[in-house]
Design a protein around this ligand. Structure first.
Ligand code: SF4
Length: 168
């Protein structure tokens, strides 16, 4: 009991993961600095689903909540590729979606970048041999950065975005 109250006193709410908080704080600070320096404080992302199970999108939705709060760092998900700097591509690049993904990419004004999200876009044999799947996506676009995972967690997506920002 004494140990509990002493931890409570020094670490405040002990149900929170303080290591995660510290890691997230550093990632947020670095993303904000890089977006300010390389995109004048505003990075627009067009998320494109090329045939996913929607779990990758669900994890991206979490980035807009008050905990991850990506918009406060200057990173926005936009509804039109014409307003985007980056295409964040999820899914296996199905045969039916391929022309629409290519069309979305063509509408993004240059300079533009592609970041692939999750294991689907880089999927290798045997799935890419089926008639319905056109993965891996690097056959169609130059992929600047890949964020691995199935699905990647919101923190992994933020780390991936930071790696992308450091790379360009
Ligand atoms: S990588 Fe995994 S979670 Fe993401 S779309 Fe593919 S199957 Fe779904």
């Amino acid at each position: 009991m004494i140990r509990f109250w002493s931890r409570r006193l020094y670490e405040s709410n002990i149900t929170e993961d303080t290591d995660l908080e510290k890691r997230l704080y550093v990632i947020k600070k670095n993303i904000k600095d890089k977006v300010k320096k390389k995109f004048a404080g505003s990075l627009a992302i067009r998320m494109v689903d090329s045939g996913s199970c929607n779990a990758c999108e669900a994890e991206c939705n979490a980035l807009s909540n008050s905990y991850y709060d990506l918009e406060r760092l200057g990173v926005y998900f936009v509804a039109s590729p014409r307003h985007a700097d980056v295409m964040l591509l999820s899914g296996v690049m199905t045969f039916n979606m391929t022309p629409y993904v290519k069309n979305a990419y063509e509408q993004i004004p240059a300079p533009k970048w592609v970041v692939s999200l999750g294991d689907c876009p880089v999927m290798q044999a045997p799935f890419e041999l089926t008639h319905a799947i056109n993965a891996p996506v690097d056959k169609y676009f130059e992929v600047t950065h890949h964020i691995a995972g199935c699905p990647p967690t919101p923190l992994e997506i933020m780390e991936g975005l930071l790696e992308f920002l450091q790379k360009i």
